[in-house]
Design a protein around this ligand. Structure first.
Ligand code: IMP
Length: 428
């Protein structure tokens, strides 16, 4: 892969593409890794030497000794869960606290946000979004409504107490009107203030740290996205999306740098498609094949354990993700999951009312009528998990990868064939 100075790694489908593994592979070569959006809704599973680590808020880069890891201003921070995650890492011998920085501009995600998220979902009934229940939507609502509490507000204990109490009272009004159990404001205040001592030494200005790192002759930075392009608040399948800017442009805003600082955007996709939660999934498979893919790929949510919906690779989605992210390269994960299929399909276009489209529709009612136009390719029926170079792959697998490259228009940079760090094929 070309040596980028400031690379963004994004999901180019509906999340769960295996970004954690790709970030883990690249993190060894950079100085600093920063998360730029989302919160504990994310679940990055990384396998290191037989151990599986599930990280929710802390960047996957933390598993590399000595790397600096930041949580940018675009993140909504669940302080209690963040500290638990930190403790779990330290308990497994990973020295983490001294290497983590948290933006003073990040907003706090509090217990009442989770209650509101769950109450909102109950109220939506059949139309529920299928959120992770981690409070993401309500936390971003408060931020955009200019009613949130930020990490920097904790610097002064009295101010923190006052702001948190008022915010909890306001949340209780919303909880009551949603028919949900209100929170106890004093408990919210005490909980956050008890974490203050541990959190404050980590508070930083993430944009400044990143720019300072890049000013060093060999300085390199990786910006780690959570979720995926199709869950982006602007570009995804709204309203079945998350509440943050998951795409590469969100990376600049979400850490506090200008867009010109970024010089590469790596999109991560599975060799097929999955989605958790409600909303359109044009290539969703009928139960028999879908169940087979789910079992082979272990497709259950890392955060909620929910079964993921499964489908064939959708090139229309990834072409669109390439456009909205400005992808400079593609990493394809879980190719090995397709090893036993007789034939494999790729969705090359969408038939809507008899006309074939090659772009992703913005109107969900159009998306509902989409019939995927498939190309069928022969399966390779060979175990690919030991492949370490492109030439180790069977010809049919190489042909499949080339077709993905041609249909999406994005050069392939990595192909992964298993969960371990070494099960990865560099493509150039
Ligand atoms: P929220 O982010 O919890 O509000 O959930 C909104 C939508 O995004 C739901 O469909 C979730 O299933 C989905 N989502 C949120 N985080 C992830 C993730 O890390 N992977 C996959 N889907 C996610």
């Amino acid at each position: 892969m070309k040596r980028y100075r400031c690379l963004v790694v994004v999901g180019a489908q509906w999340g769960d593409e295996g970004k954690g593994k790709i970030v883990d592979v690249i993190a060894g070569k950079v100085d600093l890794v920063a998360r730029y959006q989302g919160g504990a809704n994310a679940g990055h599973t990384v396998h290191v030497g037989g151990d599986a680590f599930i990280l929710h808020q802390i960047p996957s880069g933390i598993l590399h000794a000595g790397k600096r890891c930041l949580l940018g201003n675009g993140v909504v921070l669940d302080v209690a869960q963040f500290l638990d995650e930190l403790d779990a890492l330290e308990a497994r011998g990973i020295e983490a606290a001294a290497r983590i920085g948290v933006s003073g501009r990040a907003h706090l995600l509090l217990d009442y946000h989770k209650r509101l998220d769950q109450a909102n979902e109950r109220r939506r009934g059949e139309k529920k979004i299928g959120t992770t229940g981690k409070g993401i939507g309500p936390a971003y609502e408060d931020k955009i409504a200019r009613a949130g509490v930020r990490v920097a507000d904790l610097l002064d204990a009295d101010r923190a107490r006052r702001l948190l109490h008022a915010a909890a009272e306001r949340a209780n009004e919303r909880l009551r009107s949603a028919g949900a159990e209100p929170c106890v404001p004093a408990q919210i205040v005490d909980g956050v203030l008890a974490s203050r001592e541990r959190l404050l030494p980590m508070v930083t200005d993430t944009g400044r740290e990143i720019v300072t790192t890049l000013a060093r002759p060999e300085g390199r930075v990786l910006l780690e996205g959570a979720q995926g392009a199709m869950l982006d608040i602007d570009h995804g399948t709204y309203p079945y999306v998350t509440s943050s800017s998951t795409t590469a442009s969100g990376a600049a805003t979400g850490v506090g740098i200008g867009p010109t600082v970024i010089d590469g955007v790596l999109g991560v996709v599975k060799a097929y498609t999955t989605r958790v939660g409600s909303g359109p999934l044009p290539t969703e498979l009928e139960p028999e094949l879908g169940d087979r893919l789910r079992e082979l790929g272990g497709e259950y949510g890392a955060t909620t354990g929910r079964p993921r919906r499964c489908g064939w690779f959708d090139a229309v989605v990834v072409r669109y993700a390439a456009l909205v992210n400005g992808l400079t390269g593609l990493a394809i994960t879980k190719l090995d999951v397709l090893d036993t299929f007789d034939e494999i399909r790729i969705c090359a276009g969408y038939d809507v009312d008899g006309r074939v489209h090659d772009s992703f529709p913005y109107d969900l009612s159009v998306l509902d009528r989409v019939q995927p136009v498939y190309e069928t390719m022969p399966g390779w029926k060979t175990d690919t998990s030991a492949a370490r170079e492109i030439d180790d792959l069977p010809a049919a697998a190489r042909a499949y990868l080339e077709r993905i490259r041609d249909l999406t228009g994005v050069p392939l940079v990595f192909v992964s064939v298993g969960t371990r760090r070494d099960q990865i094929i560099p493509m150039n």
